[in-house]
Design a protein around this ligand. Structure first.
Ligand SMILES: NC(=O)c1ccc[n+]([C@@H]2O[C@H](COP(=O)([O-])OP(=O)(O)OC[C@H]3O[C@@H](n4cnc5c(N)ncnc54)[C@H](OP(=O)(O)O)[C@@H]3O)[C@@H](O)[C@H]2O)c1
Length: 316
């Protein structure tokens, strides 16, 4: 099969189109013919030797965790799918997966039926960011009327977290640059703050839950808007660790790493099909251009998610 493989850690130029043997499903697994693969910031971090590189293990490997495609074959004992079913999922995260390819074999319970009302491209953009948003809202136990502040609300995870928190009845405040405020309002955000012109802690207070999708000093400054009993959810891993200062103020900290989960995927698909969840894809590129997609993602300033199209005939 055709696949993007990297033979060493490094910049986007290490992503090369090549031919590798087709995977074969073991019992419990489903062989998926991939139509589209979502690209996420963690793909780039891992490519360069950071992110989950220690978990993925040394190159060569095929990057990528998000996929949407069609079941080609089911391994022994799989009951949930048949050849021809349209599925989507987050494969093996954070272990080595390889969705920048024509085929992947995935445990059946890491897949769910693709949302019926959208094509493979939006479906491929959804698993990692959608499950992150789903699982963090669930972990925070967001309740009606709670004030939820989401940093980087217009980004991949953020724009879905806004909609899922709203669906649970929260009052949602999102930070993003002004150009993206109309988008956030359309998604249901109640308040928007331009983090480039205003210190968010001067504009917002009395927050019950902060979803920090930025890290760095945003994480520590977020403690100023949370009251005693409030909750901070740090999403990107790494320093600074807010646990000590948070504990002194009676604030809980709940770091989260997204996990493959077919129940969450089915929940996301149901919301999409009910018209209650919109996933924003701003660009599609052919599989062979994965390096350029990583370059654009890392140059910054790119708006929204990009999806790699593996099978243009099926992508719609
Ligand atoms: N723990 C996990 O399992 C997990 C899962 C998913 C993602 N992540 C991590 O979470 C982070 C966000 O992921 P993503 O996919 O949503 O990224 P993304 O789509 O690239 O969105 C990032 C957005 O951050 C905004 N931003 C930058 N600096 C900001 C600041 N100081 N304050 C507020 N917003 C700021 C920018 O929005 P504007 O355009 O509005 O300026 C940018 O579009 C990444 O570091 C990713 O690796 C972790």
């Amino acid at each position: 099969m055709r696949a993007i493989q990297q033979d060493r850690y490094g910049g986007p130029e290490v992503l090369r189109l090549t031919e590798v043997p087709d995977p074969e499903p073991i019992p419990t697994e489903v062989l998926v013919r991939i139509v589209a693969a979502g690209v996420n910031p963690i793909d780039g971090k891992t490519r360069s030797g950071g992110g989950f590189a220690p978990v993925v293990g040394p190159p060569p490997f095929i990057p990528g965790w998000d996929l949407s495609g069609v079941v080609a074959e089911t391994g022994y004992g799989v009951t949930r799918f048949r050849p021809g079913d349209e599925v989507y999922g987050l494969a093996f995260f954070p272990r080595r997966a390889g969705t920048y390819a024509e085929y992947i074999s995935v445990p059946s319970r890491q897949l769910a039926r693709k949302p019926a009302t959208v094509g493979h491209v939006p479906a491929a953009a959804l698993p990692l960011v959608g499950l992150t948003a789903w699982q963090l809202v669930e972990a925070a136990d967001v309740r009606p009327g709670q004030r939820v502040l989401i940093h980087a609300a217009a980004g991949g995870v953020g724009h879905l977290a806004v909609q899922i928190a709203k669906a649970r009845g929260a009052y949602v405040i999102g930070t993003a640059r002004t150009e993206r405020h109309a988008f956030l309002r359309e998604l249901g955000a109640d308040e928007t703050v331009d983090y480039t012109t205003i210190r968010f802690e001067d504009a917002v207070d009395q927050v019950d839950v902060v979803v920090d999708l930025v890290g760095g000093d945003t994480r520590l400054r977020s403690l100023d808007v949370l009251g005693r009993g409030g909750l901070l959810i740090p999403v990107p891993r790494g320093e600074p660790d807010p646990t000590g200062p948070a504990a002194k103020r009676g604030i809980r900290v709940l770091p989260i790493i997204v996990e493959p989960d077919h129940v969450g995927l089915a929940g996301l698909a149901a919301m999409v099909d009910a018209g209650a969840l919109r996933v924003s894809v701003t660009a599609t590129r052919p599989l062979a251009e994965a390096a350029d997609v990583h370059r654009a993602m890392e140059a910054g300033g790119a708006v929204g998610k990009t999806v790699l199209v593996v099978d243009p005939a099926q992508a719609g």
